[in-house]
Design a protein around this ligand. Structure first.
Ligand code: SF4
Length: 451
């Protein structure tokens, strides 16, 4: 067993989450206006709100509220819902009629595209002809696993693309009660080498529970990599330092790496401030001492991290902590997407400006990337030729392995924020056009695109 680092010098607070019911208590301790309290109460009826002491005390800069990026990351704001939906919700709330409020909430959530990229229909694997709950299988070699006890987070991000997991509606939720169906499925699919345990946040689980989900994977020879998608390093780094079962989690990580598998902690860091505390540095050191590799990823979010300086600082801080900058994602078309979205043209410019000032070792990062129905579409840049402008695009990952790595182009647009708002050029290869744009562009294909 590799030695864990010594005891932490940081305090050992106990985790406690605060939700809409505690907003008045939060307002007594932190400078929230009456209007901000009202906004949280209103919007959190539709979109989830959860925060904890660490986020309140260590991440938010209260002197910069309401413009502070960490404040915007965790506190719901006016504008996250469309104006007509805000009005609908306010009117229903003012009646005091719970049924009217519930009906309004359901109607609004239905308009927020709770499961983007066709994931409810397209990615659900089957065993004995029946869907397997809590699994997704989109790419040949990777299965996503959603343990049911890991379907919350230490805080919720206002821009969360998995918000539907947290709103208490079973129809909108992925959740696997235990690992048995996953293990059976892996037995039938030896082509799967990589299991991504995700949520919510799997690190919200106690170490015993986490172990119950992970250990059975160590008996499956075809599984070579286990990934854990988590924002706990940003929202509750004590999970790896001073929580009562922090050492148990790290010993579990050691068992995974000792089995010869790669353990990748896919850390979600949105802003460099999340990497600036003593406790997160300690948590990262302890994780790295287990042999796990920490890869860092986050979406580009309007009003929170949509400038090149922030991303450059973020990637430099990640490199300095011995982690691997990995992905800049484009915000997905779900939830409060219209409020937080960043046009692809701006995203490409932010990426390029931040990237070109990086040291070589941090240029492991890829982006901006859209996790679209067809796969991961990278915006490689903007090209000018013969007086016209185009987006250079590339499939980084795809349902159809034949598409992986293939470049293609679309007409430039200053406002498009997702791939389905782009127009492919006429010579787009037919298989790429069909995968990326589907039926929308059948006519274009029939009229002259190349096979
Ligand atoms: S950590 Fe991930 S799953 Fe949790 S609220 Fe944030 S974006 Fe959503």
């Amino acid at each position: 067993m590799m030695p864990l680092l010594g005891p932490s010098p940081v305090q050992s607070p106990r985790f406690r989450a605060f939700g809409p019911k505690q907003i008045h208590a939060i307002a007594k301790r932190f400078p929230l206006s009456a209007e901000q309290v009202k906004t949280v109460e209103l919007i959190s009826q539709v979109l989830p709100f959860r925060v904890n002491e660490y986020a309140l005390s260590e991440l938010v800069d209260w002197e910069s509220v309401p413009d502070d990026p960490m404040f915007r990351m965790v506190f719901p704001q006016r504008g996250m819902l469309a104006p007509e939906d805000e009005r609908l919700l306010e009117t229903a709330s003012s009646t005091g009629d719970r049924q009217a409020v519930a009906a309004a909430v359901k109607e609004i959530r239905g308009r927020l595209n709770p499961h983007p990229s066709g994931q409810l229909e397209l990615n659900v694997p089957r065993l004995d002809g029946s869907p397997v709950p809590g699994l997704q299988h989109k790419y040949r070699e990777t299965v996503l696993y959603f343990p049911s006890q890991g379907q919350t987070c230490h805080s919720y991000c206002t821009y969360c693309f998995r918000w539907a997991q947290f709103v208490g509606d079973a129809d909108l939720r992925f959740a696997a009660p235990g690992p048995e169906p996953l293990i059976r499925y892996l037995g039938e699919h030896p082509e799967v080498h990589d299991v991504l345990v995700t949520g919510g946040d799997p690190m919200i689980m106690g170490s015993d529970r986490l172990s119950n989900h992970l250990e059975p994977l160590l008996a499956v020879d075809s599984v070579r990599t286990i990934r854990i998608g988590t924002k706990s390093l940003a929202y509750w780094p004590y999970r790896f330092v001073s929580d009562k079962d922090a050492d148990d989690a790290l010993r579990l990580f050691e068992r995974v790496t000792a089995s010869g598998r790669t353990l990748a902690v896919m850390a979600h860091f949105t802003h460099p401030r999340e990497l600036g505390t003593e406790v997160v540095a300690k948590a990262l050191s302890r994780i790295r001492a287990t042999g796990a590799v920490v890869y860092c990823q986050a979406p580009l979010i309007g009003r929170i991290n949509d400038d090149a300086q922030t991303w450059n600082s973020l990637w430099q801080a990640e490199l300095a902590q011995g982690t691997v900058p990995y992905y800049m994602f484009v915000e997905r078309d779900t939830g409060p997407y219209d409020y937080f979205k960043v046009p692809l043209a701006k995203a490409a410019e932010v990426f390029r400006t931040a990237y070109r000032a990086l040291p070589g070792l941090a240029r492991t990062v890829r982006g901006p990337v859209m996790s679209a129905t067809s796969g991961k579409v990278l915006v490689d840049g903007v090209e000018e030729s013969a007086g016209a402008r185009y987006f250079q695009l590339r499939m980084l990952q795809a349902r159809d392995p034949a598409l992986v790595g293939r470049p293609f182009r679309a007409h430039y647009s200053p406002t498009a924020a997702w791939v389905d708002e782009l127009e492919p050029v006429p010579d787009t290869p037919a298989d790429i056009a069909a995968a990326v744009w589907g039926g929308t562009h059948r006519q274009l294909l029939a009229e002259g695109s190349q096979p």
